[in-house]
Design a binder for this molecule. Structure first.
Ligand SMILES: [Zn+2]
Ligand SMILES: [Zn+2]
Length: 285
């Protein structure tokens, strides 16, 4: 058995309707599945949900929950962007929504002056580079420092359950010659961030979205021993945008975590988040 709490659909930039994801999940051993569309932002983007669509998102979730009752447990969530002085779970929009959980993620760092454009860490490489050049004079170390500053602000603010792709900056950072996840300077930035996450008792996701194509999870595999040592509660999520990616990378990641010594993963139950045992074959649900 597996779970997945990080998933997208046509309500944001996912490529299929919610029900297609549920069908694939049921056929591939998922017993707990959470929807986490990109929450609306205060400005328009191609990849976030429109605020007007939220009632339909909730309605479709309710329909699927009733339809598949007893076959799979479904949860309503959102992936909420933290953008410095712009977007967080504290925005007015969230006062009107009732979620089972919220994932906090950083995709945008700072706003370019005079244009409605943000420095993106998760879009095309050229967009990332543009920000590194403009805000940090091309210095990837300063960019990583800024990424963790903004991320720490999100953690300090609270209101989220799960920390999404905690070291996403490694995706494009690794294209820079003077960057390596195992470099002492980066390891220490990430180490401080992990300690902060632990101090707030948040769940850290192990995000498998880039495992097949790039061979890495977020956080990177090199941080597993440190995450274990700090005893940070974890869960494995696929951040799927296609139904066929719902369980992608799960077998390898469960195995890797088990080998490092992890024995439980956080699961949502009527009593809240609880630690559930797992082994290389999956969750012991
Ligand atoms: Zn994300
Ligand atoms: Zn996502």
């Amino acid at each position: 058995m597996y779970s997945n709490y990080h998933s997208h659909s046509t309500f944001c930039d996912g490529r299929s309707v919610m029900e297609d994801f549920v069908k694939f999940a049921m056929a591939h051993g998922i017993s707990k599945y959470g929807f986490s569309s990109h929450a609306p932002l205060p400005f328009h983007t191609q990849w976030t949900m429109n605020e007007d669509d939220y009632p339909d998102y909730e309605k479709e979730f309710g329909r699927l929950k009733r339809k598949y009752d007893g076959k799979i447990e479904l949860f309503l969530g959102l992936e909420v962007d933290f953008i410095h002085e712009c977007s967080s779970v504290m925005n007015d929009f969230f006062k009107g929504v009732k979620l089972d959980y919220a994932i906090g993620s950083v995709h945008y760092l700072d706003k370019f002056p005079d244009v409605e454009e943000y420095w993106s860490v998760d879009g095309p490489l050229e967009d990332f580079r543009k920000g590194v050049d403009f805000f940090c004079g091309g210095d990837i170390r300063l960019a990583a420092k800024r990424f963790f500053e903004v991320s720490a602000e999100m953690i300090e603010m609270g209101g989220i359950d799960i920390v999404g792709h905690a070291d996403k900056i490694t995706l494009h950072g690794s294209k820079y010659g003077d960057f390596s996840v195992s470099d002492a300077w980066f390891y220490s930035l990430m180490g401080e961030y992990l300690e902060l996450i632990k101090s707030k008792n948040l769940i850290l996701e192990i995000n498998t979205k880039s495992l097949r194509e790039k061979g890495i999870t977020f956080p990177h595999q090199c941080f597993y021993p440190l995450i274990k040592e700090l005893e940070i509660p974890v869960q494995v999520n696929s951040d799927c945008h296609y139904p066929t990616h719902v369980t992608e990378g799960f077998a390898a990641t469960y195995k890797a975590l088990y080998e490092v010594g992890f024995r439980t993963m956080q699961q949502l139950t009527p009593a809240g988040w609880v630690a559930v045992e797992f082994d290389e074959r999956g969750l012991k649900l």
